[in-house]
Ligand binder design. Structure first.
Ligand SMILES: [Zn+2]
Length: 139
């Protein structure tokens, strides 16, 4: 007989395969920069929500962006990042994607469930999904 599995067993199998599939196909949405240029300044209005969705330290992302843009800047009381100089939203989105690639996404399994830890002052990206530890360059 071909179908001699118990119904419960089949159901278990179905649920466990759905679960596995769910983890593998988990989609993280890349936050898009909300940018306005006012005079000689570029305002990244949703800086705080980007930091929250990437679960990174605001100072870390701020430092990265300002360094890559070779610009000065600061975060205002509303959580927006004010950058000195005029930059396009495209330029900022490219940097955000790069930041995610280097400092958020696990290179081993692709998960975004990662944290940055330091061992003897060397920063590591530690993946909460697969446990991989990847050394990252300091910002
Ligand atoms: Zn991983």
């Amino acid at each position: 007989m071909v179908f001699n599995y118990k119904y419960e067993t089949l159901l278990d199998r179905l649920y466990s395969s759905v679960k596995v599939k769910g983890i593998k196909t988990e989609v993280f949405e890349m936050p898009k920069a909300d940018v306005v240029v006012i005079g000689g300044y570029t305002v990244l209005r949703n800086f705080k929500s980007i930091v929250d969705s990437l679960r990174r330290n605001a100072r870390h992302l701020q430092k990265y962006l300002l360094k890559e843009l070779a610009a000065a800047g600061s975060v205002d009381e509303s959580g927006a990042l004010i950058i000195h100089g005029r930059f396009s939203s495209r330029a900022i989105n490219v940097l955000l994607e790069r930041y995610v690639k280097y400092y958020v996404k696990c290179p081993t399994c692709g998960s975004w469930h990662t944290v940055i830890k330091k061992k003897k002052k060397v920063p590591f990206l530690v993946c909460e999904a697969c446990g991989a530890e990847t050394s990252i360059k300091p910002v």
